[in-house]
Design a binder for this molecule. Structure first.
Ligand SMILES: [Zn+2]
Ligand SMILES: [Zn+2]
Length: 153
């Protein structure tokens, strides 16, 4: 029996998480994986219990929404909260990470970043990832292929 690839499976999880986003500007999802197991996930949204952009509008400063925590940060912080090591882990994200998330990813010991879509890819982020020996690879999300698999079963 044919199976979907690990890359598509984790990328699908990140895209599902993005559907939970509460920011109206962009919906992002992130999945942290270790030894082919999902250890954490996140999407961009307000702090727990906080007002949502979808209800109160975005809180924009210098063209960035300040109300939300980015998906990658939320996933990393979930590991911090529950004491889960991120050293040597991998992260699957729907969009290329911003500079802040890039630094957090490197600092948390994550060794590979798989992203589906380009998003304002900052050259300094790429430079930092290279310096830190973090593998960065675009893995387009093939939702049509997922539908085909769902229909076949
Ligand atoms: Zn927002
Ligand atoms: Zn970010």
């Amino acid at each position: 029996m044919e199976r979907i690839t690990w890359d598509q499976y984790f990328m699908a999880q990140s895209h599902l998480l993005a559907l939970r986003s509460t920011c109206t500007r962009l919906a992002v999802g992130a999945t942290i994986v270790r030894d082919k197991r999902i250890i954490a996930g996140g999407y961009n949204g307000s702090i727990a219990g906080g007002a949502h952009c979808t209800d109160e509008g975005c809180y924009v400063i210098d063209n960035h929404c300040m109300r939300t925590i980015h998906a990658e940060m939320n996933a990393i912080l979930q590991c911090a909260k529950f004491g889960i090591p991120t050293e040597g882990a991998e992260i699957y994200v729907t969009h290329f990470p911003c500079l802040h998330c890039c630094k957090a990813i490197i600092q948390s010991g994550i060794k590979a970043v798989y992203y589906a879509q380009d998003y304002k890819n900052h050259p300094f982020a790429l430079e930092l990832f290279q310096q830190a020996n973090v593998l960065v690879k675009q893995v387009p999300f093939d939702i049509e292929n997922i539908y085909l698999f769902l229909q076949k079963r």
